[in-house]
Design a protein around this ligand. Structure first.
Ligand code: DAH
Length: 352
């Protein structure tokens, strides 16, 4: 009976390894694997033959056979690796790719223009001692109107076209809405903390509004509030003047005119001189011929608003203001349609 010998196993391994080192692609490597290590492969046959050997030979040849199997398997893995590596190298150093070219820059994105302008506004007020706080976008009628001196049925409610939240009225019948401005945070902040108060409140607001180039049904506002003993209208003017100069340039002039908001008395709107025409007015698109651009509403906190949160209006006074960051960004960057802020159009967003 002829079974495998140490010699024949040795020769088989030698032949197999000689062939293997010349193989240079996945298909031929696989053929080699089948030819030697497959179910009917040369080595597999040899290993099977060991069972037929005499007991004294079986042990020695068996050990050799197992070693041979391991050698072929390991050599195959190594060769597969070498071939893959060589192919990769060829692809990278051949004509196809110049590895010395600079890499493709990865896109790291950027902040939305609204976020950028809100940060600029917050920075300007931060350095004047105002803290940033945020509040709920779904708000009670109580804070959005009542606490701001706008009772149920007051005609001033028409100034804010409201989106009401269709929520089963809780036992006390309080009504919920999407906040129409950030002013409700005035009352919330004053309730939560005692004076002195200096806060700005950036946040999203909602109105039941048809959209056009200057109106959105959702938009941002930044509210501001300062309450302390002895705050006067001069503080309001000084603070807001400083803010306008920081955002729109040192040479800016400001104008205050009377305006009505139920939660301030007196109430004003503040304008800056038009930076496009330097206040000239005539023929200017940015300020529409007036030379002035309105940038916010403001005023001295109404005594009734202070009283409702339990502050004595004879001791404490304060000023409040509210502005629209999108409008500020539109003015600053010459954007002519507010809807662009919400259209997610990269051609627009990439400009900032
Ligand atoms: N909340 C007002 C609005 O949405 C803006 C405003 C005006 C806020 C005057 C104020 C203020 O704090 O004093 O129209």
């Amino acid at each position: 009976m002829t079974g495998p010998t140490s010699q024949s196993i040795h020769e088989l391994v030698q032949t197999a390894l000689d062939q293997l080192k010349d193989l240079d692609n996945a298909a031929s490597l696989d053929q080699w694997r089948v030819a030697y290590l497959g179910r009917r492969g040369h080595l597999t046959q040899v290993l099977r033959g060991i069972a037929q050997l005499d007991v004294d030979q079986r042990r020695e040849v068996g050990v050799l056979g197992n070693q041979a199997k391991r050698t072929l398997e390991e050599s195959l893995v190594q060769r597969v690796d070498e071939v893959a590596h060589a192919q990769l190298e060829k692809a990278f150093t051949g004509d196809q790719l110049d590895v010395t070219l600079p890499g493709r820059p990865s896109s790291i994105g950027r902040l939305h223009p609204t976020t950028q302008i809100i940060r600029e506004i917050c920075d300007a007020f931060n350095t004047m001692g105002f803290n940033v706080v945020e509040g709920p976008e779904v708000e009670w009628d109580h804070y959005n109107f009542e606490m701001l001196n706008i009772p149920q049925g007051h005609p001033a409610r028409d100034m804010w076209n409201t989106l009401w939240v269709d929520h089963p009225a809780p036992s006390d019948g309080r009504k919920m809405l999407m906040r129409t401005h950030t002013s409700p945070m005035q009352a919330r902040v004053m309730e939560a903390a005692g004076p002195p108060i200096r806060v700005i409140v950036p946040g999203k607001c909602y109105r039941y509004e048809a959209t056009d180039a200057t109106h959105e049904w959702h938009f941002y506002q930044v509210e501001g509030l300062a309450v302390d003993k002895g705050i006067t209208f001069a503080d309001l003017k000084g603070t807001l003047y400083e803010f306008a100069r920081r955002l729109f340039g040192d040479e800016r002039r400001v104008r205050f005119r009377c305006d009505y908001f139920p939660f301030v008395e007196p109430g004003v709107d503040m304008s800056i001189d038009c930076f496009a025409c330097h206040g000239e007015g005539t023929g200017c698109r940015v300020c529409r011929d007036s030379g002035w651009i309105e940038i916010m509403g403001a005023g001295m906190v109404h005594p009734k608003v202070l009283a409702r949160v339990g502050y004595d209006p004879n001791i404490y006074t304060g000023f409040a203001f509210g502005l629209g960051p999108e409008r500020i960004a539109m003015l600053k960057y010459g954007i002519d349609d507010i809807r662009l802020f919400y259209s997610n159009d990269l051609r627009f967003l990439r400009q900032f």
